[in-house]
Design a binder for this molecule. Structure first.
Ligand code: LIP
Length: 259
């Protein structure tokens, strides 16, 4: 199902409204529960997901829904993939590096990606084949000077620490590449598209963290691994995205690691 311009406008306005409500909820005080080591959920994560699901079920009744907190509701050939608050730890601590991430997938192909970071007032939107924008301005990735590469990284307990440390050593010692880890994969992917960083790697990311940011990167001209391979939609996958020159520079090392 194609998303026309007025539906897209209504949807992005709704995401902005819900994101601003999440700011109010934080300012009013949050209850936070532990899902696993260093993996938390607040009542705002649950509220945001339910609010988005209610809106999408009304506007797109035939579509399915996959959310980080509420899980899967099957649909016909399309599905909305939602991370209500990506960067929950940052959000609960009052840091500005968090976002809402909404992706629309038809027959395993990402058709629409919307990422909104309320504290930064950054609204990223991409539709397949129609480019990517940040607050309405077109995005196009640019290759960095080889000595000025900054790579975004993410890690979790879903992946051996040693492999992460080995990668860090390779980047710093062998490649003289700087890195940043800000704890919200969806927003870091968007900052590849907007040129703040020149690539992003995480050994395992869930589809709700990855899909919207991935389309925004693709539509801005970045290269990536095939995240949807091996049932990536439901199992998650490794994610490796970069500008063309950074991609080709690190691909040999990462392919040795099976990426
Ligand atoms: C987080 C991701 C981050 C990853 C964390 C977690 P959450 O998402 O954005 O990249 O390293 O393990 O998955 O839990 O804040 O939605």
């Amino acid at each position: 199902m194609h998303i026309d311009a007025s539906s897209l406008q209504k949807l992005s306005d709704t995401i902005v409204e819900i994101g601003q409500q999440a700011q109010v909820m934080r300012d009013n005080g949050l209850s936070v529960t532990t899902k696993a080591d260093q993996d938390f959920v607040s009542q705002a994560d649950v509220w945001v997901e339910k609010a988005l699901q209610a809106y999408l079920a009304m506007e797109f009744p035939d579509s399915g829904f996959l959310g980080e907190e509420g899980g899967l509701k099957e649909g016909k050939d399309s599905i909305w993939v939602i991370d209500p608050i990506d960067g929950t730890t940052n959000y609960t601590l009052g840091m500005d590096y968090w976002c809402l991430s909404v992706a629309y997938v038809v027959n395993d192909v990402i058709q629409l990606g919307i990422v909104y970071a309320p504290d930064r007032d950054e609204l990223f939107i991409a539709q397949k084949g129609q480019g990517a924008t940040l607050n309405g301005k077109a995005l196009k990735v640019v290759d960095p000077l080889p000595e000025r590469v900054v790579l975004g990284l993410g890690r979790s307990n879903r992946y051996p620490l040693n492999d992460y440390l080995t990668l860090l050593e390779h980047l710093i010692v062998e490649e003289n590449i700087e890195y940043r880890r800000f704890g919200a994969g969806a927003l870091m992917l968007c900052h590849v598209a907007s040129g703040q960083i020149h690539g992003y790697f995480e050994a395992h990311l869930n589809s709700w963290d990855a899909l919207a940011g991935l389309l925004i990167c693709h539509e801005a001209g970045a290269l990536s691994n095939d995240f949807m391979a091996n049932n990536g939609l439901y199992q998650g996958n490794s994610i490796w995205v970069a500008t063309r020159s950074v991609w080709h520079r690190l691909a040999p090392y990462l392919s040795k690691k099976g990426i």
